[in-house]
Ligand binder design. Structure first.
Ligand code: ZN
Length: 369
């Protein structure tokens, strides 16, 4: 983005990265902290997420800055409350490059930001996949098939699809005392959990003894079940699934509780260190999600800049005005989609961007207000 940069403060963090001066305005940490708070109650996961935001955005701006350098333009990077900026150092330099800094170069400089940011996220995904770990984002949030990544939730969903593999059982404790006694008799393995099979068996037993009472299934009706995998089902599985189930199988007569299956599998496949785990998740989420958002053709996002240059390159008359109209339409549309998906932050941001494009358009058409 090429907007005005924020003033220097005493709390700026300044350093150089590959020879490019970088300045981090305190506003950046404020927004990073705000976005990281949902990551957890402990300081470590929050820090992990904040570091992921910092690195991912720094890589994005480094993409712009290094591309500027390639075009012979020096620049510096500012990270602040709206994200990041790569600012060309001298306007005369910037303008003076004239022919060399053509629309083509501008597209190159603009695209390199989201480009390297996405590439860094993809490299991390591939690395994690290589060591058999999950990023937790692609299948967990985006919904990409589990077989393509090492995500636990997805592969367990496949397991759940197998007929009879995952059944409900009911903790006896949750029933009124009177039912507890009856269910206790039906609970043959005395694990405090009543399964459907145990219920049916007990029903048959009662009928054989000609003791007719209220049907047993009525007792559990409407109660919230826990899930378990019957041990007999182990024969139906092989490979990874068998390994997962076996790991969760505790003791001889116990059921394989679904929560143990999930917990064990998550442990196996997640990055063990909590800080690193949240960092990876955040780095991939920011690197993919924000880079894609940034490519929507809305001013002054990278996508908006690229769209404008494409209009200019294509020599369509009034290209800049058309790119502003496109910006208004895409901003409003993305805002509506954001509302639909309950992404309030995204919705507000894009509505504001659409409105500022509208103002810009009015100014260009000579209507001041
Ligand atoms: Zn950018």
């Amino acid at each position: 983005m090429l907007l005005g940069e924020p003033n220097r403060t005493d709390f700026d963090l300044a350093f150089r990265c590959f020879g490019i001066p970088v300045r981090v305005h305190p506003g950046f940490w404020a927004i990073a902290a705000l976005l990281s708070l949902p990551a957890g109650r402990e300081p470590l996961p929050v820090l992990g997420f904040a570091l992921a935001i910092f690195l991912s955005i720094l890589i994005h701006e480094m993409g712009h800055a290094l591309a500027f350098r390639k075009c012979g333009i020096q620049s510096h990077i500012v990270l602040y409350h709206f994200g990041g900026l790569a600012v060309p150092d001298s306007v005369s330099n910037y303008v003076g490059y004239g022919r060399q800094y053509s629309s083509g170069s501008k597209i190159f400089v603009t695209a390199m930001g989201p480009g390297v940011q996405m590439l860094s996220a993809i490299l991390l995904i591939l690395f994690l996949r290589g060591i058999g770990k999950t990023d937790g984002f692609l299948t967990g949030i985006v919904g990409i098939p589990a077989a393509w990544t090492a995500d636990p939730v997805g592969s367990l969903q496949d397991l759940r699809k197998v007929n009879g593999a995952v059944l409900p059982c009911y903790p006896i404790q949750q029933f009124p005392e009177l039912s507890q006694a009856a269910l206790g008799l039906a609970d043959k393995n005395q694990d405090g959990l009543i399964t459907w099979i145990e219920l049916v068996d007990y029903e048959v037993e009662l009928e054989a003894a000609a003791k007719f009472a209220i049907p047993m299934w009525k007792t559990v009706e409407g109660k919230s079940p826990r899930l378990y995998v019957p041990r007999e089902m182990l024969d139906h599985f092989s490979g990874t699934y068998l390994e997962i189930l076996d790991r969760a199988d505790r003791g001889r007569d116990k059921l394989i509780l679904w929560e143990d299956v999930v917990r064990g599998h998550l442990q196996r496949i997640r990055v063990q260190n909590e800080f690193l785990s949240i960092f990876c998740f955040g780095f991939i989420q920011i690197g993919l999600f924000w880079a894609v958002m940034n490519l929507i053709p809305v001013y002054p996002l990278d996508g908006g800049q690229i769209a404008r240059e494409l209009f200019v390159l294509s020599r369509i008359p009034n290209g800049v005005i058309k790119s502003l109209k496109l910006s208004i339409a895409c901003g409003a549309l993305t805002g509506l989609i954001g509302l639909r998906l309950n992404m309030t932050f995204i919705a507000i941001m894009f509505f504001l961007l659409a409105y500022s494009s509208y103002q810009m358009l009015q100014r260009m058409l000579g209507r001041y207000f």
